[in-house]
Design a protein around this ligand. Structure first.
Ligand SMILES: Nc1ncnc2c1ncn2[C@@H]1O[C@H](COP(=O)(O)OP(=O)(O)OP(=O)(O)O)[C@@H](O)[C@H]1O
Ligand SMILES: [Mg+2]
Length: 293
């Protein structure tokens, strides 16, 4: 089978089933890019905690840190990175030495933001990178990529290379406008992308729904693309408290509203039923936090 045929088979299989797809007895990881138009809306926290939520649900998860900003996954976890992907490509380091162990058995591929520049080097380097990613796609059920913000080529490449995109936005008009710009560019370059909207930092459920409806309508009207409401994460003091402690909120505060919402979102992506207990817990917590305000 030629590499082109293999790739087309992969794409076909990916569009059929998830989280990992079976191609002639070989499982290929489901690739999810977490992105946003505007920066600072919670991508890195979402990526890390979503990856852990998937692991809690029994999946083998790789978290790829492709964020070019300062609040990287290694900082959120308080871990020291010894090697990065470009080092492995040019040096003599093995893949196993680059991968870092994270909570709940997730693995982290750190500092991958240099990869796109590296891709431009030459054919041999490109082949090496594709081999590495092919290898990773066989080792994991799900690959979650924290892409960083903005519309730079570096970010867009990771987005269009995914099967599903989780677009994080808050309710601010600038964040919604930038999210629209990201969707426009991404679907123009990969029309097969499935776009899921996650509203973060929501003050209340009705605000989150209103924000989603605004974005959904404008994307439908101007781009004729369907977006899916994945869910929302409330503003929750557990998030900055966990960041300050260099631990994921889902591990440190598993019963917080934001953690319950994250588990519900992971279950929704995996098409698993969400128990009424979880829903009840979550709504009660939201109501309680509203009472405090
Ligand atoms: N649901 C939430 N409730 C409260 N605070 C939150 C929530 N989500 C994120 N934050 C806070 O927002 C800040 C930005 O989060 P994060 O670093 O995950 O964003 P980002 O989108 O990855 O940023 P960048 O674009 O710089 O990479 C953090 O200080 C975090 O504590
Ligand atoms: Mg980030």
């Amino acid at each position: 089978m030629s590499p082109d045929q293999a790739e087309s088979l992969r794409q076909q299989a990916r569009s059929n089933k998830r989280p990992s797809v079976d191609i002639k007895g070989e499982k290929i990881a489901w690739r999810i890019a977490v992105t946003s138009g505007k920066g600072g809306v919670g991508k890195s926290n979402v990526s890390l905690n979503l990856a852990i939520a998937f692991a809690k649900l029994g999946k083998r998860v790789l978290l790829v840190d492709a964020d070019t900003n300062l609040a990287n996954i290694d900082i959120l976890l308080g871990i020291k990175i010894k090697h990065t992907l470009p080092e492995m490509i040019f040096g003599k380091i093995f893949l196993s030495e680059v991968l870092v162990n994270g909570p709940e058995g997730i693995k982290i591929l750190p500092g991958s933001n240099g990869v796109i520049e590296v891709l431009e080097h030459d054919e041999e380097v490109r082949r090496k990178i594709f081999d590495i990613f092919n290898e990773l796609e066989r080792q994991f059920d799900i690959i979650v990529v924290d892409t960083g913000a903005g519309l730079s080529e570096n970010v867009v490449q990771f987005v269009i290379g995914a099967d599903d995109v989780v677009l994080v936005t808050n309710s601010e008009p600038t964040s919604i406008t930038d999210a629209y710009a990201m969707i426009k560019i991404a679907v123009a370059r990969n029309p097969a992308l499935r776009m899921h909207i996650m509203i973060n930092l929501a003050a209340k459920q009705s605000d989150a729904i209103e924000t989603f409806e605004k974005l959904h309508l404008v994307v439908k009207n101007f781009l004729n693309v369907d977006t899916h409401m994945l869910g929302f994460l409330p503003i929750d003091p557990s998030v900055p408290a966990a960041v300050a402690r260099r631990e994921p909120f889902i591990s440190l505060f598993p019963r917080s509203a934001v953690s319950i919402a994250m588990i519900m979102i992971a279950r929704k992506l995996l098409k698993l039923p969400v128990s009424s207990n979880e829903k009840m817990n979550f709504l009660q917590k939201i109501l309680r936090s509203k009472e405090k305000v």
